[in-house]
Design a binder for this molecule. Structure first.
Ligand SMILES: [Zn+2]
Length: 240
């Protein structure tokens, strides 16, 4: 089944992570797993831009911004969005960059995304920074901005349930399922949050494509519903 990967990274993550993939390697893996396009980001945006320049049809880029950098982050984000073959959204990682998802330090970047009509992809699932409830509060403050809750709560059952509850309450939150261990929650999100509000993602190179694909395949959704999760929903969301 053809796919679009709603969440992946090109580049190397050191420290405890010690995982990495080059753009070339990812394009080869995408061919192997029938992935038409991958939405990628990396802390150094130049790595993302190089992937976009090299493989403009295979990659869509997000600007990974650190809100703690203040006005410079907003200006850099604007520059990345203005660039020809530029980024198509904002990526926030409250855990890696150490801020809570709904901290006022985030607001100027969200306002820039709103001005440009760009979606905001935000990592979820790690206390105290990226809890689903904080992301819900951010979405409530900005009802006209579209948020993607990456990992839909990640590895913690209570957070996974909260991700579904919070997204069900706010119609400007979409869920992305990479690294989320409970296959049953994919079907639950599809029916409770909305058939067009959940995306498949790999979070490569942190997770293996084969594992991430299988979990969605066994979630209990029908073939046509799987097509929504693997392909149609993110395509519609990104306006492709
Ligand atoms: Zn990730």
């Amino acid at each position: 089944m053809k796919k679009i990967d709603a969440h992946a990274h090109v580049g190397y993550f050191g420290s405890w992570c010690d995982v990495g993939v080059t753009a070339e390697e990812m394009v080869a893996a995408m061919r192997q797993y029938d992935i038409e396009k991958s939405i990628v980001s990396y802390p150094d945006n130049d790595v993302t831009l190089a992937a976009l320049d090299g493989w403009p049809t295979q990659f869509c880029g997000l600007a990974w911004m650190d809100p703690n950098k203040g006005e410079r982050a907003v200006a850099d984000f604007a520059g990345l969005a203005d660039r020809k073959a530029g980024v198509s959204g904002l990526k926030l990682h409250p855990l890696f960059n150490a801020y809570t998802a709904n901290d006022p330090v985030v607001f100027p970047l969200i306002e820039e995304a709103r001005k440009r009509g760009l979606p905001v992809f935000i990592h979820s699932g790690h206390p105290p920074f990226s809890l689903p409830w904080s992301i819900g509060q951010l979405a409530e403050l900005y009802p006209d901005v579209r948020f993607v809750m990456i990992h839909m709560g990640h590895g913690h059952g209570v957070y996974i349930q909260a991700a579904i509850d919070v997204a069900a309450k706010h119609d400007n939150i979409w869920l992305e399922n990479s690294g989320m261990p409970m296959h049953t929650k994919i079907r639950e999100a599809y029916s409770r949050v909305g058939s067009d509000r959940i995306f498949w993602g790999s979070d490569a190179p942190f997770h293996h494509y084969a594992v991430e694909i299988l979990r969605t395949e066994v979630s209990g959704l029908s073939e046509s519903q799987l097509e929504d999760v693997f392909y149609n929903n993110v395509k519609k969301f990104m306006g492709w």
